[in-house]
Write a protein that binds this ligand. Sequence first.
Ligand code: DAH
Length: 358
Amino acid sequence: MTGSGSGHEVRGEPTPEAVLGPLEAAALAAIRGARSSDELAAAAADALGRRSTLAEEQRRLAGRPPAARPIWGRALQEVRARLEGAVAAATALLEEAERQRRLAADRLDLTEVLPAPTAGHLHVVTQTLQVLEDVFLGMGFAIAEGPEVEDDWHNFTALNTPPGHPARDAQDSFYLDVEPAGSMLLRTQTSPVQIRLMESSPLPIYAVVPGRVYRRDTADASHLPSFHQLEGLVVDRGIGFPDLAGTIETFTTAYFGPGVRSRLRPGFFPFTEPSAEFDITCTVCGGEGCRTCRGVGWLEMGGCGLVDPAVFELVGIDPEIWSGFAFGFGLDRLAAMRWGIPDVRLLMENDVRFLAQF
Ligand code: DAH
């Protein structure tokens, strides 16, 4: 007799323990070491599948001596049962670990304190416009609008700026690619709405016209190819320069505050006669003279004048009965002056760090 144990050994035959012991140990290690369900499935197939050593030993059973078959049979069954048990246990462990991972991922931390959502607000140019609209509504003006795509007649010719007029050059225009060439453009100013109002509104007219205008300018600190203007038009009986000067003084004080004054200087615009440019006291130095105002104490704001009788004639209003004034200025520039914004491009860049300051 060799070996020990059950006393059922058959001479010359290896014992089931000697063969199956190491096989079971290796299979158990692989099953328990599996870190994913794929790894586990592979370990289970290696241990129990048709091509496993265990299956091979089962196929060999029939060739063993009859006396050895029952011990081998039982031993094989027991090993198989233990390995199957180990696979089931490992499967349960992996599933539980997987469930914990999913729970952790789905977990809502209700104790986390989120910052209060910040509401947006109107752009500084829109705010500027709204303040001015309120001021003008308070002065009895109506608010009007006109198209951004304009025809040559309204943008230039009816404003006493016929083809070839040098003032057209100063406003490099974006023309539309339509026939006849040069007939339609993106308006270069809000002044064409003056013409539209005079063509279609009953007199008298007291109106302001805000809107976007376009020029073929390269953007720099003080120019944008698209910006905003506010136009004013009054047509009534007996309107003169003092009405114009008073209106400008009133709205500049209302917008900038009582410390800021306005002044008119002679200027030229084709559609006003006489024409003037209007300035306000420098918002940086208060009129002392500084770098912003190049030492003069005043900042240029816009153009104005009494409506040229030639314009009245072009729209069919009798200049013997009616007179009027008009003015126009850039809203972006006005906002920049009010808030000390050094570069108007900031107004277009939509950087919240800039926008949030107003
Ligand atoms: N439209 C002029 C411009 O864009 C500004 C202007 C000047 C408007 C004089 C007016 C005016 O109404 O009377 O440069």
